[in-house]
Design a protein around this ligand. Structure first.
Ligand SMILES: N[C@@H](CCC(=O)N[C@@H](CS)C(=O)NCC(=O)O)C(=O)O
Length: 222
């Protein structure tokens, strides 16, 4: 492990990891990527737990600072390495809105996890059916946000868009983003996927996880 610079520990499929990769790419951050072998339990090794006792990815190390939680990592990277970027506005009211949407995105991720686990790990159709409405409720809320402004936290693209993008692209790849039900989300997603020059960093991971979920849903007969 290099002694200097930013180290990011993560995996490819994870939405919160991909949110960090999108932000890092957007600001041109020079960092070292450390792939965590979760199947081998590397995230629960004593070395990893010293950095992040919550044993989650993404985890970041920058000098003496070790951080878990994707949103804390994202706002730290913006504050330290891109303080003038419009992706995280300085105006307190504008920034508060971005922060609010980042918190919303944590709930959105939990609701995605609520359908991923029953499909990929527990193979439990009833649990999937029980948890799906929570995801739909969060997508309804996002549809409302996108009815108020062009992007998730205002007219400009911010880190809130990048975090939500990592999640919603997974939902899309899983075949669960109904265009008729969430037309504004669908249009926003297509626009960002085609217009953001750094979007490519999200593609492989979103497709990998989304397609596994899609296959799992079909196998469960949902
Ligand atoms: N709230 C956390 C969630 C991170 C999270 O749950 N990551 C999953 C992978 S998607 C993980 O590391 N799971 C392993 C574990 O909890 O032991 C964040 O935004 O960083």
């Amino acid at each position: 492990m290099p002694a200097m610079g930013v180290d990011i520990f993560g995996v490819q499929g994870s939405p919160p990891c991909r949110a960090v990769y999108l932000v890092a790419k957007a600001i041109g951050l020079d960092y070292t990527f450390n792939k965590v072998d979760m199947q081998a339990g590397q995230h629960r090794s004593p070395e990893f737990l010293k950095m992040n006792p919550a044993h989650t990815v993404p985890t970041m190390k920058d000098g003496d600072l070790c951080l878990g939680e994707s949103k804390a990592i994202i706002t730290y990277l913006m504050n330290k390495y891109a303080p003038d970027s419009e992706l995280y506005p300085k105006d307190p009211a504008e920034r508060a809105k971005v922060d609010q949407r980042l918190h919303f995105d944590s709930g959105l991720f939990s609701s995605i996890r609520g359908i991923v686990f029953p499909v990929l790990f527990n193979k439990n159709l009833e649990e999937f059916k029980k948890n799906k409405p929570k995801l739909d409720e969060n997508l309804d809320l996002l549809e409302t946000f996108l009815g108020r402004s062009q992007n998730v936290a205002g007219e400009k693209v911010t880190v809130a868009d990048l975090a939500v993008l990592a999640n919603v692209s997974t939902v899309q790849a899983a075949g669960l983003l109904e265009k008729d039900k969430w037309p504004r989300i669908s249009a926003w997603l297509t626009r960002l996927q085609t217009q953001l020059p750094y979007y490519s960093v999200n593609v492989e991971g979103a497709n990998m996880l989304g397609e596994a979920v899609k296959k799992g849903i079909a196998e469960l007969g949902a």
